[in-house]
Design a protein around this ligand. Structure first.
Ligand SMILES: Cc1ncc(COP(=O)(O)O)c(C=O)c1O
Length: 387
């Protein structure tokens, strides 16, 4: 498979042949640095900061951080037989996943000519970014419940493959795993089936929530050159304010994505904080935070599903730091959402207008105190609405 996929066919020619910007520090990094028109007198700040040398441009290549991330994902692979380990060369970093989504579209899709395929209900930024890039969006909804195993919100693989076969202008397939707002991880076999049967572009697997479950496909990018995996520090790592997104791809594609990105988009603060997040001690903290969120999720599911005005089955799955509940009657979902936000100052997300999510409220798992307050206020508001 890796021998037959010709990357140059799926990257816009100007980008494929791009000469990356050469930074002032690419050649020399030490000594009296008067090469980059920085302010040698230092930053004009009135606050103390732990970040050193903010008057200097950040490292554009971020090799130390990329090595830590690659090692972390490699360490999660249990069966290392025939496993081609990730290296820093498989990674491109950016300003959150949103930048990664835009980058892959700009690299591979020609405006007004190519299309993307999405599987609703899903994350809204794929469509917004496609619109900005003047690309049409083809939709193949997820199956709300898969017949063979009752798994929720899985890919309709035959329909995806048929759609791709019928329209060769589709260049990117976006798969959110675990899904948003579905909280359901996508079956890896289904992703692999699409990767092997369709090689007319890239399958983008957005793993923003992967650390709340197991089985990242990021470690498969050396095996499938048409696979792109997106991750972010915004969710399990608790660093949404830092804005750091990661693309895992083949080394060949990574080189292209790194060449086209703005060289200094990842700030010194973002990279130092991210290095700390993957360091000793922080991973233990990450795991403790995930454990606590899972406990909070169990508590919320138990409380919500025992109420007469919440369906006792979740709409979505159990693979993220949020759940998707169904309000009964469905028409009250939007009302209780607004009432809770305005009167109780407890804000969840109404998702009832999404495909197969009628009556749906998406609820992020809070701290134990927040979860308790959420349940109290939800009951109060629902009971007032039902009077
Ligand atoms: C599926 C999915 N991908 C990406 C993002 C955004 O990630 P980032 O904060 O890295 O831009 C979100 C945020 O809600 C998301 O739900």
């Amino acid at each position: 498979m890796s021998n037959t996929f010709d990357l140059s066919k799926f990257i816009r020619p100007k980008i494929y042949n791009l000469e990356p910007y050469r930074c002032a520090r690419d050649d020399f990094k030490e000594g009296i640095l008067l090469d980059a028109n920085e302010n040698t007198h230092g930053p004009s700040l009135t606050m103390d900061t732990p970040f050193k040398e903010l008057n200097r441009y950040p490292d554009p290549h971020q090799v130390e951080l990329k090595k830590l991330i690659a090692a972390y994902r490699n360490s999660q692979v249990t069966n290392k037989e025939n496993f081609d380990e990730l290296t820093y060369e498989n990674l491109c970093l950016g300003v959150g996943s949103d930048e990664s989504i835009d980058a892959i579209m700009r690299a591979s899709c020609t405006p007004q000519k190519n299309k993307i395929l999405v599987c609703p209900p899903t994350y809204g930024m794929y469509t917004i970014t496609a619109e900005i890039n003047d690309l049409d969006v083809v939709k193949v909804p997820l199956l709300p419940t898969r017949a063979k195993d009752s798994l929720k919100f899985q890919l309709d693989v035959p329909k995806v493959l048929d759609t791709l076969k019928e329209d060769d202008s589709i260049r990117l397939v976006f798969v959110t795993s675990p899904g948003n707002p579905t909280a359901a991880k996508i079956d890896t076999d289904d992703i692999v089936e699409i990767l092997t049967k369709w090689q007319n572009g890239f399958v983008i697997v957005d793993e923003a929530y992967i650390d709340f479950t197991t089985g990242s496909v990021s470690t498969l990018v050396n095996k499938y050159p048409n696979l792109v995996v997106l991750q972010t520090l915004s969710k399990a790592f608790g660093l949404a304010g830092v804005r750091l997104g990661i693309s895992f791809t083949s080394k060949e594609l990574s080189k292209i994505l790194n060449s086209m990105k703005a060289p200094y988009s990842v700030s010194t603060m973002a990279s130092e904080l991210a290095i700390n997040a993957f360091g000793n001690g922080s991973i233990e903290k990450l795991n403790a935070s995930i454990d606590s969120i899972v406990k909070g999720r169990e508590y919320l599911i138990k409380e919500f599903t025992s109420l007469p005005y919440v369906d006792n089955e979740l709409i979505g799955g159990l693979d993220a730091n949020f759940i998707l509940i169904r309000i009964i009657p469905e028409e009250l979902a939007q009302k209780v959402y607004s009432k809770m936000a305005t009167e109780s100052k407890v804000v969840v997300r109404f998702r009832g207008n999404e495909v197969n999510c009628k009556g749906g409220l998406r609820v992020s798992i809070g701290t134990p105190e927040e979860n308790k307050k959420l349940i109290q206020q939800f009951k109060k508001n629902m009971e007032e609405l039902l009077k």
